[in-house]
Design a protein around this ligand. Sequence first.
Ligand code: SF4
Length: 260
Amino acid sequence: MQSSKLTGFRTSDILYYISVPMTESVRTFHDGFSQNFLEITEDFKGYLQYMKGLRYEGVALSAEALSILGDWDRWAMGETLDMIQKDLGNCQRCKLHKRRKHIVFGAGNPRAKLVLVGEAPGHEEDIQGQPFVGEAGQLLTKVLRAIGLTREDVYICNVIKCRPPGNRNPEPDEIATCIPFLRRQLRAIRPKLICALGTFAAQTLLGTNIPISRLRGHFHTYEGIRLLPTYHPAFLLRNPSKKRDVWEDMQKLQKAYERV
Ligand code: SF4
């Protein structure tokens, strides 16, 4: 660690401050408490001297270091996407496994601030094993670009991970079987924002039957994370008149993204 580049506290400064003013101030404390406090201070001083001997110059408090510390709980205490994918394995937990070509687990930045959740893989996604790579996916990429984001900035996944035959709607038992994996993915990523694309994603994550036309455009909460529902890009391809609504939703999402 270069001393000239250290943003934070120098070991030598901390040693000075805990040696002089604190020792003076604890004289006014209750005896028992003072004793404990002095012992802790002495232990801490010993630790700092040891670290100084190892040439650690101080405690880094740069923006980068604070960002790593801010994410520490989700990295140190939670499971990772790799662990979840390994647990999913060659999943045969519901009937959709019979006709799928690939499980579409999800793709993008595992530390994304924004996760987009769709409904289910379609034909192209089933072939490639990647989410949103068909025509609707291309539209989603364009929408993201319009608010200054790339697919690499975000994480993209679906409520269910195998293609329903003929792109039919997912059935309740399929959603119930697959949804725990999405919930675990969201806990692993801990994004600041979720964008639910379409009826199934919005209603499933929010636990409601309210139509997407009423849910969209407003921020809701999923496990403490702000969630904005909007129309699914495939719906948008069939209903171009809804582009204005989606654009308004994306502008809200962009403003929220810039603040987190
Ligand atoms: S849809 Fe989900 S639960 Fe069903 S087989 Fe695929 S991965 Fe497993």
